[in-house]
Write a protein that binds this ligand. Sequence first.
Ligand code: FAD
Length: 483
Amino acid sequence: MRLAAHIKIKDRHILNLAKLVSGPRSILYKKTDLAAYDCDGFTIEKYLPRAVVFPQNTEEVAAVVKYCSENDLPFLARGAGTGLSGGAIPINGEVIISLTRMKRLLNVDLENRMAVVEPGFVNLKLTHAIADQEYYYAPDPSSQYCCTIGGNVAENAGGAHCLKYGVTTNHILGLEVVLPNGDVIEIGKKGIPDAPGYDLLGLLTGSEGTLGIVTKITVRILKNPESKQTVLAYFDRVEDGSQAVSEIISAGIVPAALEMMDKIAIEGVEAAAFPVGHPRDIEALLLIEVDGIHAGIEEQINQILEVCRNRNVREVRAAKNEGERERWWANRKTGFGAMGAISHDYLVQDGVIPRSKLPEVLSKINEISQESGLRIANIFHAGDGNLHPLVLFDSRVPGETEKAIEAGSACLKVCADAGGTITGEHGVGIEKKEEMRFVFTDEEIMAQTAIRKVFNHDNLLNAGKLFPTPGKCAEIKQELTKA
Ligand SMILES: Cc1cc2nc3c(=O)[nH]c(=O)nc-3n(C[C@H](O)[C@H](O)[C@H](O)COP(=O)(O)OP(=O)(O)OC[C@H]3O[C@@H](n4cnc5c(N)ncnc54)[C@H](O)[C@@H]3O)c2cc1C
């Protein structure tokens, strides 16, 4: 883009970057425009970027990256900015490389069950684009109507249906990546099992935008299941709901999705955009979906109904029709945003625990809520033990934001102590980097920062994310400062 001659810009880098990206308004540099990019879905910390560029293709991404690298300018990639751990926040005044103009579906290959997309392609649009042929893209984060597949790769995003089908990494077959020096590489051998060399595809997926910028993605697509059915169950006691979760799985059923919401979460979704009339006085609800060949579905549904009845369910039934099934899911998928209907602010956490520890962990989260004086709602992918405690607070009240951060961290400690971990799908970003110490030793953190250094030698790409700030150990301190 050529900036008009009359525009006076003191920063020569802005002028140079503008020449590397084509199209109208392909660079933002005014404070008022940059303000929209000062945070992502983690709104607690905000920093202005130096500029935001909107490349249209891999060559433009590579040119911008090369320029930043040669001129010592920190930079980072951004998709839709829905990340919940602050991965796209420009904490070092980065140049943001927005991938939202690279949003084409490049190829659909039904024969080999693959599709190729640009990184800014929105997740749900892929399923919409292939629905006519009865195919779909399985990873379904609740933000799928707006988050990008590039962002999903960076965060290794999960979703309600990942219990049976796996998370993003299980659906990525190949990537084109711009390395932090501007070189472009292709990784993954498009579905060939056990390809020679290191598994760079596995390494890049979930690396939170710290190793390279993904510019093309080959994904696996799946044939629609012949049949699916969803059951809704209301429980008066969380313990009964939790036991039902374990018993469904140990009965040998692998539901496509097994979701749980507690009382406060139900209050939120019923006050938000898609209420469905859940009772407000129950302690927990389960949403259980099974899919597969038609013949097996009814038997699985009967087994699920029986497990729930044996666990003192107040009410349990299968959806009457597709419309009802969709309404139940729309209600569930608004879960996080719905907290806005009952609280001025909320902080989403993302711990993982062994399924069997659900009742114990939930009761500890309840204690944290009482000690902090903040309400904590729980929405979770119960089938795979991925909890989302939502700490409700009011940032206008002095001290409450800090209290919420402390309570969120305490929830993650409880998960780690229960044999789980600090993130299941939202990533570490800036939000949970200190909590990495709950689950990794100094040596384990060092091994990981050493990998980052191989790719991101000068640490200009998305620095200060994912790993804790240097700690007591002098050796680590030295390594982390270099990495
Ligand atoms: C209401 C709501 C519900 C959500 N539900 C879920 C859920 O169910 N499951 C789940 O997993 N997540 C969920 N999320 C979190 C978020 O949507 C995901 O992490 C998503 O993958 C982020 O995609 P994005 O395009 O918004 O990425 P961004 O937020 O723009 O970026 C996220 C990270 O990826 C990096 N990045 C982005 N694009 C690229 C690229 N092309 N190359 C390299 N790095 C890149 C960024 O630098 C940043 O570190 C939810 C968020 C919201 C707001």
